[in-house]
Design a protein around this ligand. Structure first.
Ligand code: PLP
Length: 498
């Protein structure tokens, strides 16, 4: 299996090279040259397999330059009882006959990012071995909160790799910040940035594409790579849980063999929903993809009008991991939807860079509309959904998952489509305790986020996620700060590169 650039500006590479490089050095993203498939029979048989066995079947199709033994080894290292203390790894919980919640937050940091970031470091270590490179890898991460901690946990103390995380100061919750700033490990650095997530992400992306700076860094014995979902190694593990969810529904008799499902995905960078799309291309029976957004509804508007326009106000919401205007992985999706038309992609992304917007052609728009639906949820509706679901089902949603549930309900109301629907639950509710408690009880006077955690625990009885317990007693180990134009000099300082 070879990987090609969405902008046709780079030679094809192997899976290990794509993972090692992170993104295409000349701009653009790596995608598989063609999508491998499963037969219907193979998909039904997954209902008898464990998560790890399903993971093996998916990964071996994409990582053809990894040996079977290597793939088994990385799966064992990533998805085990220590890292995920649930046998199903990503359990499916029934709300009612057509609504199921796919819990993707049983990993160490309580966010769905763990699903990929527990395995990516192991994939990367093997990729470096294969390349024979003697450079120390420096992982640069821009985070809206959850990726940062998940990447830090995944990479901490991994030999031959250093990780630097940039997060928007004031753009993450206190709990998220405490999770990051208390990270141990000699190879971890955390920097708060004056600016929003898009500023952080754009600065980091620019550094990946900065040929002179990369040369300088190389001369000093380092090489950059990425743990953001622009790295194919982040996306491929996310395909696994869609097959696992389908297998669990079959196993638990929620659906019959061959039955189509919908998926509703609280979306930010478009990585999670793109993985669902790739799963469907591999043969997973999916009817509709519901792309759920918060007030930063650039994707809802795009799916409706065909115009992607970031010239708009940026809103800070109670679902901050979705506060994104530039959804990086949309580029991969458009490349697939245009049958790999790199010229179109180049044109659109050039427009985006120059004018902050682009418009796709009618044919591509029609093709997308057949399978993708955009819905969005206001702040009030997010809160109402948390309250309603708690009262009706005694189930506590986090703010992001609530957006997924509400968007699905709107879709259901508009269409009457009774297809069994999986809503991705992307964070444990304790990660966003204040907003969840306010949704349930009204204004919360308590300022201390850690006390709020306990209060939410008293109200819901839900066990506090192990990754969020006792955070306030942990030592703060990171105190770097810069503004977004200073990110490059901050990196120079950290690596001692002149
Ligand atoms: C990252 C994240 C999202 C958005 O996922 P994408 O793959 O970027 O679309 C949604 N919810 C939570 C809690 C997240 O951490």
């Amino acid at each position: 299996m070879k990987y090609i650039s969405t902008r046709a500006n780079y030679d094809e590479v192997s899976a290990a090279e794509a993972i090692h490089l992170g993104m295409v050095p000349t701009g653009g993203l790596f995608v598989p040259e063609s999508v491998p498939t499963f037969s219907e029979e193979e998909i039904y048989q997954m209902s008898e397999l464990s998560y790890q066995e399903i993971a093996f079947k998916v990964l071996e199709k994409f990582l053809t330059d990894y040996s079977q033994a290597e793939i088994r080894e990385v799966i064992e290292a990533a998805y085990n009882e220590n890292s995920f203390n649930k046998e199903d790894i990503a359990p499916v919980v029934k709300l009612n006959d057509n609504t199921y919640i796919l819990e993707l937050w049983h990993g160490p940091t309580a966010a769905f990012k763990d699903m990929a970031l527990q395995i990516l470091p192991h994939l990367l270590v093997k990729a470096i071995e294969k390349s024979g490179s003697d450079k120390e890898i420096v992982i640069l991460v821009a985070t809206s909160g959850d990726t940062g901690k998940a990447a830090l946990e995944g990479f901490k103390d991994v030999d031959g790799i250093k990780i630097i995380v940039f997060y928007p100061n004031d753009g993450v919750s206190k709990v998220q910040e405490a999770q990051m700033l208390t990270t141990e490990g000699d190879n971890t650095v955390v920097v708060s940035v004056e600016g929003n997530f898009d500023d952080c992400q754009s600065a980091v992306k620019e550094i990946f594409g900065d040929v002179d700076f990369n040369k300088l860094v190389n001369q000093n014995g380092y090489q950059f790579s990425s743990a953001n979902s622009i790295n194919w190694g982040r996306l491929v593990p996310q395909i696994i849980y869609y097959f696992a969810a389908y297998a669990y529904l079959l196993r638990d008799k929620g659906i019959e063999a061959g039955e189509k499902i919908n998926v509703s995905v609280p979306t930010g960078n478009f990585g999670n929903i793109l993985a669902a799309y790739y799963a469907s291309q591999m043969g997973l029976p999916v009817n509709k993809f519901i792309c759920a957004s918060n007030t930063n509804k650039v994707l809802t508007d795009f799916l409706k009008t065909g115009v992607y326009d970031i010239n708009r106000d940026f809103h800070k919401t109670i679902s901050p991991s979705m506060d994104i205007l530039i959804s990086s992985n949309l580029e991969r999706f458009l490349f697939e939807m245009t049958d790999h038309n790199a010229e179109k992609i180049k044109g659109w992304y050039n427009d985006l860079k120059e004018t902050g917007k682009f418009e796709i052609d009618e044919a591509t728009k029609a093709k997308i509309k057949e399978i993708f639906v955009g819905q969005w949820t206001t702040e009030e509706e997010t809160q109402e959904t948390i309250k309603q679901v708690f009262e009706e089902y005694d189930y506590t949603l986090d703010t992001h998952t609530a957006v997924g549930v509400d968007s699905y309900r709107k879709y259901l109301e508009e269409t009457g489509d009774k297809t069994v629907t999986i809503v991705d639950s992307t964070a444990n509710p304790y990660k966003f305790s204040k907003a969840v408690l306010e949704a349930l009880e009204g204004e919360v006077a308590e300022e201390n986020e850690f006390k709020i955690l306990d209060n939410l625990n008293q109200l819901t009885g839900l066990e506090i996620h192990r990754g969020l317990k006792g955070l306030e007693e942990k030592e703060i180990r990171h105190d770097r700060n810069c503004d977004s134009i200073g990110i490059k000099s901050e990196i120079k300082d950290i690596l001692n590169v002149k």
